[in-house]
Design a protein around this ligand. Structure first.
Ligand code: 8BR
Ligand code: ZN
Ligand code: ZN
Length: 338
């Protein structure tokens, strides 16, 4: 592999060489080291690392151009921004390499590309508002996608249009017809699986597949597991170090509370977690860990035993938030409006 030709900042390369399959990469620091272009540089690193330039029969210049366009399409939301995209792509890579999904699913280079690209594009153009808000406010996007996985339909749709709208950045251009069809289908399925509306039902099916006698992680169940890799990376904040997790939590709630303010102004129902006067951040995290993140990663553990040492982070972080519930209760009592 020749990473020199890619113009990746030296300090990022040092981190990536040492720990590109590490759960503890600080996504905020990575992005800073790249002058705000962490997503682009990370994807170039993965393309070289996994030989994906040859899979796509494409030059680094095209790949750089494509992910620059993708990166530019991420808005400066508190949470759903390009650093979140970079973080999800990096976490996908951690599950692929360090946790050995590549071996267990016998992923080929094409599968690896699909997972990492899905991670990078999965929230493209996110407006910082949830599907529920877009539907309730009769937003153009909800009208376009008939209220069905509105954002998750929008993100990949836009990202394929970027490629086909400009030959200079079309990473899919040189793929054979059938290869392209398979790659496109796989990426779209993974991004659709990040709709939280599908979380409980899909997790139930995946759990039963893992327990089934004919479970085939490297065959008929592979795509389902790839979907779970991207979805679990999307909700992986509570599995990271508390310092990084706390930053994400403040960001996601800042975004939710901005939405809640809008809902209040518009006379719409204020969505779950979106009321800044009643939402206890610590309590919300305990619930998020218990009801969403822990069951998700318990399922991951069911087919990736190498994840085991990291699973305990969830309980450690949950205990920290539990200690803070009282503190946030008092905070809330002091900021009641009117
Ligand atoms: P989205 O990124 O698609 O919005 O899915 C993540 C969901 O998990 C959010 O809708 C939010 O409800 C919830 N969530 C909570 Br609660 N805390 C979170 C956190 N610290 N990081 C990410 N998501 C969180
Ligand atoms: Zn999303
Ligand atoms: Zn996301």
């Amino acid at each position: 592999a020749n990473f020199q030709k890619l113009n990746i900042p030296k300090r990022l390369l040092d981190i990536l060489f040492k720990q590109h399959d590490d759960l503890y990469i600080d996504p905020f620091e990575c992005d800073k080291l790249c002058g705000g272009e962490g997503l682009v540089n990370l994807m170039l690193f993965f393309f070289e690392n996994y030989n994906l330039f040859d899979v796509f029969l494409i030059k680094p210049k095209v790949v750089r151009g494509y992910f620059e366009e993708v990166m530019k399409g991420y808005l400066d939301n508190p949470y759903h921004n390009k650093v979140h995209a970079q973080d999800v792509a990096q976490t996908c890579n951690f599950l692929l390499s360090k946790c050995k999904f590549i071996e267990i699913g016998q992923l080929d280079e094409q599968d690896i590309a699909c997972v990492l690209i899905a991670g990078a594009i999965h929230d493209y153009g996110h407006p910082g508002l949830t599907n529920a808000f877009l539907i309730n406010s009769r937003n153009e996007l909800a009208l376009t996608y008939n209220d069905q996985s509105v954002l998750e339909m929008f993100h990949p749709s836009q990202c394929f249009k970027i490629a086909w709208g400009n030959q200079k950045v079309n990473i899919f251009e040189n793929l054979q017809f059938h290869k392209y069809r398979r790659i496109r289908e796989s990426i779209i399925l993974m991004v659709l699986s990040t709709d939280m509306a599908h979380h409980a039902s899909e997790l139930a099916v995946t759990n039963s597949r893992i327990a089934a006698p004919d479970f085939e992680p490297n065959g008929k169940d592979k795509q389902r597991l790839m979907d779970l890799i991207v979805h679990s990376s999307d909700v992986s904040n509570p599995t990271k170090s508390y310092e990084i997790y706390k930053q994400w939590t403040e960001k996601v709630l800042t975004e939710f509370w901005q939405q809640g303010d809008k809902e209040r102004d518009l006379g719409l129902p204020i969505s779950y977690l979106c009321n800044r006067y009643t939402t206890n951040m610590a309590e919300a995290q305990v619930g998020f860990i218990d009801y969403v993140v822990k069951p998700t990663f318990a399922c991951v553990l069911g087919f990736l035993p190498a994840y085991e040492p990291f699973f305990q982070n969830l309980d450690k972080n949950k205990a920290k938030w539990q200690e803070l519930i009282e503190y946030y209760k008092q905070q809330l009592a002091s900021i009641q409006p009117k």
